[in-house]
Design a protein around this ligand. Structure first.
Ligand code: UGA
Length: 440
């Protein structure tokens, strides 16, 4: 059989990365988005967000003639044998549930053009039950009927490591209803499978649940260590040492036990909320009430960070100059969705502080969300004359700052390390009042 031709619907973080990586694996790929600007940017070789290494591979693959982009569903249907659905499922405003309008729009847009056998593969993070519903909808709308089959193949990539995670995943999960669908997915992922990536073949429900279960576990792990940070604050103790010590137990593991400002981004916060909402609809709401605590612990860390800063400036932000280092929800990303750093910056401003924010990549996106904050182009500009510096996203540039040099330009040497990522000994030796979450 000749190699399947691949399409990817939705060219956000997930879809753009997937399209580029599938081309890099040697497939002919057509990416599709309803957003004309995105399609134009990608076609010109520009990734419309920051992801290390993705631009170069995009340009290589376009030049090699394996990768193109379009806004047309008809073209996608005509071109592809395997159609990946990779659009977003954000939180509905004012609700916990996920907004399924983009997923539904893609299926309704594509299916009427499906005139020959093909596989539609869901990648978006969805409430369990969605795949079952979409499978019916495709059969109903596609001229080819049931020969347009659905499979569910959740994605586990992390922003900042998107290419690596896509080309060398920890595991592949195939939710399928036929051997044919399984075989098509095995062909598509032949390279990582040959390199030893484990494949879990399962039903639709399990495949959809694996994704939200994984993100819920990760969120729980972070909130667990942040709860320990709260206890360390109350009892006197150092949460980073505690994390090292429990992390040596291989059953626990040290990864994702970094206490600090907590989790944000476009995935963990909305996924645990959507999971709770879906469990409620299934009559199993009680099962996931612990995720409410996970969410609450996470949000309390933002407040604690603000409180530490207020203490350092003498009890009130009125008239205080604050330097905020970081706006992205994590380093190596320009994503500010539900960013703890930006949230803290906005809260400081509301309480009367003069805030200057610097992020190596996320200033432009942050400005769109919180236009009233002042954004500057360097650490020095942010810190000059500051009464307190807040380290809120652990970019390498910040971890490598020289506390002596920075100490010379601030008004007062006060620092809150919201990510427990700075060398406390060096900062204290340079005369800084260093405060962190969960540490004395
Ligand atoms: C997360 C998952 O890690 C991916 O596996 C998943 O595919 C993705 O969501 C998704 O659903 O698409 P991502 O949102 O890119 O990936 O970011 P993470 O690296 O998981 O970090 C999430 C947040 O947790 C960040 O704000 C980070 O600063 C915070 N975090 C992480 C901590 O506070 N402590 C830690 O120890 C680790």
């Amino acid at each position: 059989m000749s190699a399947p031709r691949i399409t990817v619907l939705g060219t956000g973080y997930l879809g753009a990365t997937h399209a580029v990586c599938m081309a890099a694996l040697g497939f002919e790929v057509l990416g599709m988005d309803v957003d004309k600007d995105k399609v134009e940017a990608l076609s010109a070789g520009t990734v419309p967000f920051y992801e290390p290494g993705l631009d170069e591979i995009l340009q290589e693959q376009i030049a090699a003639g394996r990768l193109r982009f379009t806004t047309s569903y008809a073209e996608v249907a005509e071109f592809g044998d395997v159609h990946f659905v990779a659009v977003g499922t954000p939180q509905k405003p004012g609700e916990y549930a996920a907004d399924m309008r983009y997923v539904d729009a893609v299926v309704d847009g594509l299916a009427p053009y499906l005139t020959r056998p093909c596989l539609v593969v869901g990648k978006s993070t969805v409430p369990v039950g969605t795949a079952e519903r979409l499978a019916e909808r495709i059969t109903e709308l596609a001229p080819v009927g049931a020969a347009a089959e659905l499979a569910w193949n959740p994605e586990f990539l992390r922003e900042g490591f998107a290419v690596e995670d896509t080309l060398h995943p920890d595991r592949l999960v195939f939710g399928v209803r036929s051997e044919r669908a399984e075989q098509v997915l095995r062909d598509v992922y032949a390279t990582p499978i040959a390199e030893g990536t484990p494949v879990v073949v399962t039903d639709f429900a399990t495949a959809q649940l694996v994704k939200v279960a994984a993100n819920s576990f990760l969120a729980t792990k972070i909130s667990f260590i942040n709860a320990m940070a709260e206890i360390c604050e109350a009892a006197g103790g150092d949460v980073t040492t505690l994390a090292d010590a429990i992390g040596y137990d291989a059953r626990i593991g040290r990864r994702f036990l970094n206490a600090g400002l907590g989790f944000g981004g476009g995935c963990l916060p909305k996924d645990i909320r959507a999971f709770m909402a879906r469990a409620g609809e299934l009559g199993a709401g009680e099962t996931l009430t612990f995720l409410k605590e996970v969410d609450a612990i996470n949000m309390r860390r933002r407040q604690r960070t603000v409180d530490l800063a207020r203490e350092l400036v003498g009890g009130s932000f009125l008239g205080a100059c604050v330097a905020v280092l970081g706006a992205a929800f994590k380093p190596d990303s320009d994503d500010v969705r539900d960013s703890p750093a930006l949230n803290v910056a906005a809260s400081l401003q509301l309480q009367g502080a003069q805030v200057a924010v610097y992020d190596p990549k996320a200033n432009a996106n942050a400005r769109r969300v919180f236009p009233t904050l002042r954004y500057v182009d360097s650490v020095v500009e942010a810190a000059r004359g500051a009464d307190v510096v807040l380290h809120l996203t652990e970019w390498r540039e910040f971890r490598e700052l020289d506390p002596v040099e920075l100490g010379a330009i601030v008004e007062q040497r006060n620092i809150v390390d919201g990510r427990n990522a700075l060398d406390v000994t060096a900062w204290r030796a340079a005369g800084w009042h260093y405060r962190a979450l969960g540490r004395p």
